[in-house]
Design a protein around this ligand. Sequence first.
Ligand SMILES: Nc1ncnc2c1ncn2[C@@H]1O[C@H](COP(=O)(O)OP(=O)(O)OP(=O)(O)O)[C@@H](O)[C@H]1O
Ligand SMILES: [Mg+2]
Length: 334
Amino acid sequence: MSNPFARLFPGLTGRKGVIESVVPQRSFSDVILPPRTVRMLNEALTQVHSHSLIFEAWGLGERHPTGTALAFNFAGPSGTGKTICAEAIAHHLGKRLLLVRYSELESMWFGETPKNVAAIFRLATEEDAVLFFDEADAVAARRSRDVSHGMQRESNTTVNVMLQELERFNGVVIFATNLAANFDPAFERRIRTHVLFELPDVDEREQIWRVQLHERTPLADDVDFRDLAERYAVSGGDIRNAVLKAALAAAAVDGPDELKRIHHRHFVDAMEEVVSARTVMKQSLMEAPESQAETALSETRRMLDHMRTASAVSAAAAGAALLIAVIALIIVLT
Ligand SMILES: Nc1ncnc2c1ncn2[C@@H]1O[C@H](COP(=O)(O)OP(=O)(O)OP(=O)(O)O)[C@@H](O)[C@H]1O
Ligand SMILES: [Mg+2]
């Protein structure tokens, strides 16, 4: 089936596009989660089940057409399985997933965001799809009272439109956020359940390593997932990246393909690369404001020096003028 968004939003759709309509492939059996997250997800699924029973099978959706959306917030650090779980929920419900990368959208749609958010909800209704706003921190954030800025005004309008659409929508909406703290109270009221995604512990990491591989993936005998899980306290997303890197390295080894195996050292090297890439990113993020601050500081220093020189010059000039005045006075008096 073609992507219905292509019709409305050409250029924003397609694989890895800003908006995607996907038939979910991944299910809950592909995800390893801490027990607390599983409990919260189960609670969300029970609500979804009761919702379709009450509003679809029992017909109450036709009597009560507003205020029945099921909105969930998946909150947690990057790579902890929020996107994969949104897909698993759609899979579980046998529906398509409409994935909207919200932060990218907002920057591409400046001036048009509210209108397009409304169009997304309409399409989700037409498609009877689970709507997933990924990277949705901005949309959930508290509306600002300071609307002097065009951007701020638009954000506020978008949140208002989002709230209206949530009121009208009769399906499942999932928001994924990294920072749960700054929720707009009106938005918060419409969220049924916050599901917290946490970094996996050592046992969970060991299982994630295993679940990332396929039964056809050729592993050498020396592979020790417990060791990898103990050595690297990382997210599922990091493990995924390391698995793919390790597989690439093993596939690039000379020799016939049937003899190729992923060895323990491939996983270790790959994970070292993933971890150091993250450290470099973190450092450059941390250093950027510092270097900006340094630039600002040296700029200020330069200005101060300049002012000091200027005031020294004017002090000298004032001193000279005073001296001339005194000499003139002496001449007049004598
Ligand atoms: N709990 C998990 N169990 C199994 N695999 C996981 C888990 N968490 C992450 N992964 C793997 O990492 C990949 C990235 O995870 P996902 O995109 O769901 O993270 P996310 O929480 O949405 O991250 P982000 O906030 O960066 O969007 C998944 O496709 C999956 O392969
Ligand atoms: Mg995600």
